[in-house]
Design a binder for this molecule. Structure first.
Ligand SMILES: *Cc1c(COP(=O)(O)O)cnc(C)c1O
Length: 425
């Protein structure tokens, strides 16, 4: 039987109906930055599987790390037992973040759940009953219910879930632009903090780039201000680096653009180089000491697959690889090619704006109804791109060649130009 028929009849895809309302392409295999479909068509990958495959697919070193680990110990419960790969990975995360205490879990959304629980427990330990969070409009922090409750209410359709979702405090997102003047936005955040700090455990945000909620790049000065406000009003700062982490913005972590350290950081996506699902919550020593030295004295979370050795082994190797590669130079080259390529799109009438940073390039259209057409044109040109609403964006593996990246940028250009012609009618 044709397996694609089974897919149509029985398998959910993300944010979709069953059967799917949009085209789903059957993939046979991947290699480096190429995706091969079952009909043999080869597509250059402009998405790196949602920020995860930072070294491209099927990297021999990552594959070896995974299979070596599978032969020794594919899994072991983490309750009451420890293993080397989890320790070494945690040490790396501590070194890279400057934080201290690592909670390894299954996915980005789960790490955000743990971060929210940890922030509430921290405040409780200090004798403060604070159950609200300040989050930004256009934010995205995951799909589980608590993570979703701090996502932009409209984008994540809070209205579907009625009173089930906790209500948090949303403040306008900082305006677009890495160099934009954000003093008014900081003033608004300050007012929000002043008005609500007594009920708020933490501010949660995606540093410098708001990802799935709009691919919005903003001034790190806003982050600095958020850090200062948290210090002033005894709030924790949770930096969700799940998308931005491991080099995507040109820094290992986007917080480095502002020279600040959060109290709690979440990482995921690129963590295992796109091989396994794993994420981590990492906190300062102050946070973990405070929780550990007061009732109940434990972090109330412990997934079955916590610190899964396969995930740890491949994450450790992925970070080692990143450190060995000249990733900063690779990302700089990618940034230059995106800058140049996107610049040419700016004057098209259908294009609202273009922006890019690090390995991320974005063209925002005035009209989202052209997204599928643009995706189809790109596929005809041999490029896998998946627009999100009016956002035509690409996040590439750092190992992509300049030639492949130009192919992606050229395909975006051709497809958006064609849409522009239709748009102008
Ligand atoms: C993707 C993402 C998440 C959720 O991670 P999952 O692994 O999909 O659960 C959370 N926060 C941010 C910023 C993300 O980009």
């Amino acid at each position: 039987m044709d397996w694609t028929q089974i897919d149509k009849d029985h398998v959910w895809h993300p944010y979709n109906a069953l059967p799917s309302k949009t085209k789903i392409l059957p993939v046979a295999k991947t290699d480096k930055t190429t995706i091969t479909l079952t009909d043999g068509q080869e597509l250059t990958d402009a998405m790196s599987s949602w920020w995860s495959a930072i070294h491209g697919y099927n990297h021999p070193r990552l594959t070896k790390a995974l299979s070596d680990q599978a032969a020794v110990m594919p899994h072991i419960m983490f309750g009451g037992l420890a293993h080397e790969k989890a320790a070494l990975l945690s040490q790396k995360l501590v070194e890279l973040t400057g934080l201290n205490s690592v909670f390894l879990c299954d996915s980005g959304s789960v790490s955000v759940e743990v971060a929210l629980k940890t922030a509430i427990q921290y405040q409780e330990a200090k004798g403060k009953h604070r159950y609200k969070f300040i989050a930004l409009e256009h934010s995205y922090h995951g799909d589980t219910l608590a993570a979703m409750s701090v996502c932009d209410p409209d984008n994540s359709m809070h209205s579907i879930y009625g009173t089930y979702l906790p209500r948090h405090i949303f403040t306008p997102a900082p305006r677009l632009g890495f160099d934009a003047d954000v003093s008014e936005d900081i003033a608004t955040l300050t007012q929000t903090v002043k008005a609500h700090h007594e009920e708020v455990a933490a501010i949660i945000l995606e540093p410098v780039v708001q990802g799935a909620g709009g691919m919005r790049i903003y001034n790190p000065a806003y982050l600095k201000a958020a850090r200062k406000l948290c210090d002033e009003y005894d709030l924790l700062l949770i930096a969700d680096e799940i998308a931005t982490g491991f080099g995507h913005t040109g820094k290992m972590f986007a917080c480095e653009h502002a020279g600040i350290k959060p109290d709690i950081m979440t990482v995921g996506k690129g963590l295992t180089g796109g091989y396994m699902t794993m994420a981590a919550m990492i906190t300062s020593k102050e946070v973990s000491d405070t929780i550990s030295s007061s009732e109940p004295g434990v972090v109330m979370h412990g997934p079955t697959f916590m610190a899964n050795p396969l995930s740890c082994a491949v994450a450790l190797e992925s970070i080692t690889l990143l450190e060995e590669n000249d990733w900063q130079d690779q990302v700089r080259q990618i940034e230059a090619i995106f800058s140049e390529g996107l610049e040419k799109l700016k004057d098209l009438e259908i294009v609202q704006s273009v922006r890019n940073i690090g390995a991320i390039g974005v063209a925002e259209l005035k009209d989202p109804s052209y997204a599928q057409q643009i995706q189809d044109t790109c596929q005809d040109l041999g490029v896998w791109i998946r627009p999100f609403g009016a956002l035509i964006y690409s996040i590439v593996a750092y190992t992509i060649t300049p030639r492949e990246l130009r192919k992606i940028v050229d395909a975006m250009h051709t497809a958006i130009k064609k849409a522009d012609e239709d748009y102008r009618g």
